[in-house]
Design a protein around this ligand. Sequence first.
Ligand SMILES: [Zn+2]
Length: 400
Amino acid sequence: MNASSPRYDLLLKGGRVVDPRNRVDGTRDVAIRDGLIAAVTETIEPALATKVQDVSGLLVVPGLIDLHTHLYHAVTTYGVEPDPIARRSAVTTMVDAGSAGAGNFAGFRTFVADRAQCRVLAYLNISYPGIFAFDRDFMFGEARVEGLLSIDRCVAVAQRHRDLVVGVKVRLGGGTSGDIGLLALDRAVAAAERLGLPVMTHIGKPPPSYAEILARLRPGDVLTHCFRPAPNAPVDAQGAVLPALVAARRRGVLFDIGHGMGAFGFASAEAALAAGFVPDIISSDVHLLSVEGPAFDLLHTMSKLVACGLALEEAVAKVTDAPARALGRSDIGHLAPGAVADVSFIDLVDARFPFVDVAGVRREGAVLLRPRGLVRAGISIAADPRPWEAAYYRERGSSQ
Ligand SMILES: [Zn+2]
């Protein structure tokens, strides 16, 4: 390199960097080279960069990771396209939660993961067809037919797609697993054990109960829909956190929000948070039946948790550092030099926004997190508008 050639490809100038893994919270410049973070310091000379992007006034955080999404669009009835959701919520990594099983995962790779600009990873469903019958009035659980729950097929396909598959998914409860819920969970755990990967389990209406599911989970396994409303809420009728949750957390089981259309209740969240039981990970469970509300996407779900009293810095950790650790990825979820240059820009807007949970309960929040763009492996991408929030601002005569 000669003296006049720029040292960096992109310089993000003047933002408030919040990087929980590296304990950074303050004004920093971030320099990027060859798709990787090259330097994060208080000031970096603009002349050293080919391109400078002014991000002053914005929150600059590691690229957001949405650990629970459904992206098998057109092939399943409820999948959403990853990139439009990523752009409107400043998300750089989306993890599909079991839309595909061993029987159709090759299509997920070809038609979804390989084509997406954002990073797409996946939990492989223990059920051979994945989630094949899921719309508003027609649902048939993929985990209720024992013959579909092939450990061998799941292991073989996960091994073939080891670069994409991050764990084994199982959905339990009500009609989803019928009367064989615990058997389905045992099959998922057995497959995950052979792969050396975690399980992500959905919890629905009992059976099985919250305690029965948790008793079978291992350190590093993820329980999603952790703050669902009763039945199978995380708290009892008096608002006390179930002892099974406390015991599972002590063992290293991870608790994930997975908002979706039916799995986030303010009553559950507020009682758990008041008792000091904070979720490990925030995710959206975005799919066609939740993308127009009540979940919308990861950024909206984060705003909701902040409205419930979670500190902003803590909320950032739960969509960056924590999911990266759950995925076993040391190259994403933080901004140390050498990490992949995935970065999200967020605006903190004072707004008395009326948040709604899955039961229609309303809470007014004090702050709305708005996307202002992202960087994916060093490439800068503009944020897309959020129509439901735009209408809110328009009603109040604000251009924001
Ligand atoms: Zn889901």
